[in-house]
Design a protein. Structure first.
Length: 400
């Protein structure tokens, strides 16, 4: 029996118990999406007749760097297939942020704001960068990765061929205990490494507060390179050298390439957590890694002599850091940490701090659009500049 599911995407509140998971083949008789930021009307009812026989709902965000070129590709497809498809791009960001995006990148795609991300959750997607395709009979044809939506796929839709779903959806969660590794907070040390855990989302965590106080690190369903990069303190992908096939390190479509890792060290070994993690990985995994040095392209972070610094020395004793595609927020952090932990992760090369500033600071940035240019602009607003250069840096070499 087909599921009947009516949604209203707006500021309304919804009962979590009422939400179902929508799948290919399900019928959606009445979905109203609003607000639409740049359409002729402020809302779209997918049950109403439309000139386009197919709706493509793309889930994305301005904070998602791979989503930006995907949106550009969808815009070209929309223009080439105006009477065949209507792409609606849904983000969990407020309308004002989407309007800023449109000011920078005008688009023929219809942009919708759904701050609750209710419809995204209803499809059970595990990440953005994925689409739902709905036909004129209000039936879900397929759930696919956005980068798989191309002219060939549209042509298949138009002649009635089936589309294979490729989207990544969440598995039904399995909660055996509060701590899935079963670590007792009263013990001094423990170590677990195992293969993929069904029903668990990929994640990583360093336990900085009580009861572990910096002595424990956990990862669930991640690739080997993620574990090694953490253990050897490598942030930028440009600091990795492959002497083996890169695919052998990470293939999210192959659950056998994912690992779960948990390490708790003795209180007296707290400062050696990284080196102990390195040894555990090297003796437990089939992939090996070593540190070398190499002259590579970098960005050098410097103070702009013609601009006043837009951050201050911190009065806080405890450091706190959070960052996302929308920017960085750090309390009592060094410029070296800002450069290495955040900027090196978001830019196309490692970032070396040569500001000469040695205090701890409160630093906050806002990135309007998660592109290289957007991140650099947010740094410039702090009174800092990024210059291209070359430096001898440590690199992580993967081998067997």
């Amino acid at each position: 029996m087909k599921k009947i599911f009516a949604l209203l995407l707006s500021a309304c509140c919804f009962s979590a118990s009422a939400q179902q998971t929508l799948k290919p083949g399900d019928i959606i008789p009445a979905i109203v999406i609003k607000p639409i930021i740049n359409a002729p009307a402020l809302q779209v009812n997918l049950a109403d007749p439309t000139k386009a026989p197919f709706y493509i709902l793309n889930f994305w965000g301005t904070w998602c760097s791979p989503c930006i070129p995907e949106m550009d590709a969808l815009a070209k497809l929309q223009k080439a297939n105006e009477s065949k498809i209507r792409v609606i791009a849904l983000s969990n960001e407020p309308a004002e942020r989407l309007k800023k995006y449109l000011a920078k990148k005008p688009s023929t795609l219809w942009l919708a704001s759904d701050t609750s991300y209710f419809l995204y959750k209803a499809f059970g997607f595990s990440s953005v960068g994925q689409c739902a395709i709905i036909n004129s009979r209000h039936q879900i044809m397929a759930l696919v990765k956005t980068d798989s939506v191309n002219q060939r796929l549209i042509n298949k839709l138009m002649v009635g061929k089936s589309i294979e779903s490729s989207a990544e959806v969440k598995e039904a969660p399995i909660n055996n205990s509060k701590d899935i590794f079963g670590v007792d907070s009263t013990i001094n040390e423990s170590f677990t490494i195992r293969s993929y855990m069904k029903g668990q989302q990929s994640m990583g965590r360093h336990y900085l507060n009580a009861p572990y106080n910096g002595r424990r690190v956990s990862y669930i369903n991640v690739c080997a390179d993620v574990l090694f990069k953490d253990a050897f303190d490598i942030t930028s992908s440009k600091q990795i050298v492959y002497e083996i096939d890169e695919k052998s390190l990470c293939d999210f479509d192959n659950k056998n390439s994912l690992y779960c890792f948990d390490l708790l060290v003795k209180p007296e070994d707290k400062d050696s957590l990284s080196s102990i993690m390195q040894k555990k990985l090297l003796t437990s995994l089939p992939i090996k890694a070593r540190i070398s040095e190499k002259l590579i392209p970098v960005y050098v972070l410097r103070v702009n002599p013609d601009q006043k610094l837009a951050f201050q020395v911190s009065t806080q004793n405890k450091s706190m850091i959070s960052f996302s595609g929308e920017g960085y927020n750090g309390t009592s952090v060094s410029l070296a940490n800002f450069a290495n932990d955040y900027l090196s992760n978001d830019l196309d090369r490692p970032v070396v701090d040569e500001t000469g500033l040695k205090e701890k600071y409160d630093i906050k940035t806002t990135v309007d659009l998660r592109t290289q240019e957007g991140v650099v602009q947010s740094v410039n607003k702090l009174g800092l500049i990024l210059d291209k250069a070359e430096r001898k840096m440590k690199v992580l070499v993967f081998y067997k």
